[in-house]
Design a protein around this ligand. Sequence first.
Ligand code: MG
Length: 449
Amino acid sequence: MRTLRLVTTLAVAGLLAGGAAAVAATPASAATAVFSVTNNWGNGYQGQVTVTNDTSAPISSWRVEFDLPSSSTITQSWNAQQTTSGSHYTFANVSWNGNLAAGASTSFGFLVNGTGTPVNCTVNGAGCAGGPPPTTPPTTPPPTTPPPTTGTPVERHGQLRVCGTTMCDKSGARVQLRGISSMWLNWETAPYAENLSALRWMRDNWNLQVIRAAMGVEPAGAYLSDPAKARAQVETIINNAVTAGVYVIVDWHAHEAQNNQSQAVAFFGDLARRYGNLPNVIWEPYNEPLQVSWTTVIKPYHQAVVSAIRAADPDNIIVLGTPTWSQDVDVAAASPVAGTNLMYTLHFYSCTHGSSLRAKGDAAIRAGLALFVTEWGASNADGGLDGRACLPEAQSWIDWMKANGISWTAWKLDVGTDTTNLLSPGAPVTGGWTNYLHGHAPFVVANMR
Ligand code: MG
């Protein structure tokens, strides 16, 4: 690791003048930024900037700006709101790390493709005149483990795989992803799920690690009648997830997918060819089958779609829907689909589903299945049309998922009166929803953190 101390002009002037009087003259906006290279792989590096409030009074926000040579670009960042204009990068605090007491510090990080390091730095508008930036590229050899404990979810966990009856990350550690599902994309009241700023905000404020793109298939206006629109929505969400460093579930949100198997095979085969190399992506070929046969209807459909995905993507996780609106995981366990890195879908709504459905989950786990709860609500199974929430039973489910390492995405990111709509009217599309939580959202958010 090498560090470069960038000090504001005013702070330098204060140091040159010497003495306590110069410190007292330092404005409340003054801060110190220290840049360091925390990881390096020859043609790129991981950078970190630590911002310190060097004044004797608290500050409520900070903003760091710098330029990179045009040959270097930032591909990911975390713990700050990034805006980019050409080679000029601006990083502002997010809600939880803006307030800094006197002497307190916080850090944000970023990945750079290229070896150029920051120049022309400012902190809260004042020049970072503490010394010249390095003119030679970092030459530190790639470090060995341990893996970083900071950074985006995908940076921390990388390529996922099924290990036994749960999910493991790139280092072999068990990982339980938590996040939210979109609304049926064809019925969103506003494009919340497609907004990059909102996704970053959920990552930074809710600790969201995964977003599910619930692409409606069968209703009017959904994939079968407007495939270009639906596909564009999904690809926007995938690309945003890559930028934000979170996982993304591509969900064929259908109830009778076996009737359109060829369309599903084409859709997943195409996306697997173009996105299957990314560690971010998780495939979900069939949201909620109805009460139809696993062995003669659903399983053959899954085998066809899994084959199409595996022809292009040998390893990303595929989550398979199960009979009776993704409840009969014990039935699937009796005759699992052949293949690797396959998981099975269990959905619950806690005003309707309790211990008897958890018993089906326990039976499936005992039989060797790995489960993923890609939908749940603290509501009736209709999503909570009556507005009621059943939090004690939902807590039993949360505890059960945690004990079994079961990842989850909660239903659903939209505005409306149902219990499971996470947002209240007026929620901006770009995030910042502290005062817009609705229905079961406070419970969902508390359990994501
Ligand atoms: Mg892959």
